[in-house]
Write a protein that binds this ligand. Structure first.
Ligand SMILES: Cc1cc2nc3c(=O)[nH]c(=O)nc-3n(C[C@H](O)[C@H](O)[C@H](O)COP(=O)(O)O)c2cc1C
Length: 186
């Protein structure tokens, strides 16, 4: 079964990302074509990148990197749950991505973003990063608005139609993750 990791891409106290990720996880759990897991980058206590060797070499010197590497390597594809910070993704998520290299390659990814403009610029930013890591990003994406999917800009109350967008995005991530499998087995 295709394994998809839903990555919680924000670490600040009071963050909205866990509620958004849990909602997506519950939707994904109802499907029978994927094995899904929530991955909170906060659980890995990653400092600002502190590996002396480039990730491309895979020579990790810290336990936190090895734990993060093992988790990310275990998936066929990813769903990034990202806030928009200054027209980009969060520094915490970019930093976590930068720790690794081979673990990401020849996999697929989709995005669930939120912000004043539905996190659109955070996703565009992540698509560029993913291209360098040879991750195939799917077209369908979930954009949540702080105005209409959160009550008082804080409590997550997604519009009903958003569930359909999650499944449309998952359809593509699961299909592409499977299609890329022969490349990962080389
Ligand atoms: C440092 C920072 C920069 C932000 N920049 C933007 C932005 O450029 N565009 C936007 O729509 N929202 C922006 N926001 C609002 C966030 O999207 C909103 O606070 C969101 O809840 C943050 O996600 P989190 O709660 O999971 O950390 C910014 C928030 C922070 C903390």
């Amino acid at each position: 079964m295709t394994r998809i990791g839903i990555i919680i891409g924000s670490t600040r106290p009071g963050r909205k990302a866990p509620a958004v990720a849990k909602w997506a996880y519950d939707i994904a759990q109802k499907r029978n074509d994927t094995e899904i897991e929530l991955v909170d980058i906060a659980d890995f206590n990653l400092p600002l990148l502190d590996e002396p060797m480039p990730a491309m070499l895979g020579q990790y010197s810290h336990d936190h990197t090895r734990a993060w590497s093992a988790k990310i390597a275990s998936f066929d594809g990813y769903v990034f749950v990202t806030p928009e910070y200054n027209h980009a993704t969060s520094g915490a998520l970019k930093n976590a991505i930068d720790f690794l290299y081979h673990e990401w390659i020849n996999k697929a990814a989709g995005f669930i973003a939120y912000g004043g403009t539905m996190g659109a610029r955070a996703v565009e930013n992540l698509r560029l990063v993913m291209a360098e890591l040879q991750v195939a990003t799917v077209r369908a994406q979930v954009g949540l608005s702080l105005f209409t999917d959160f009550e008082n800009f804080s409590v997550f109350k997604p519009a009903e139609m958003q569930q359909k967008s999650v499944n449309a995005m998952l359809d593509q991530v699961i299909a592409w993750s499977g299609a890329l499998k022969p490349l990962r087995n080389k």
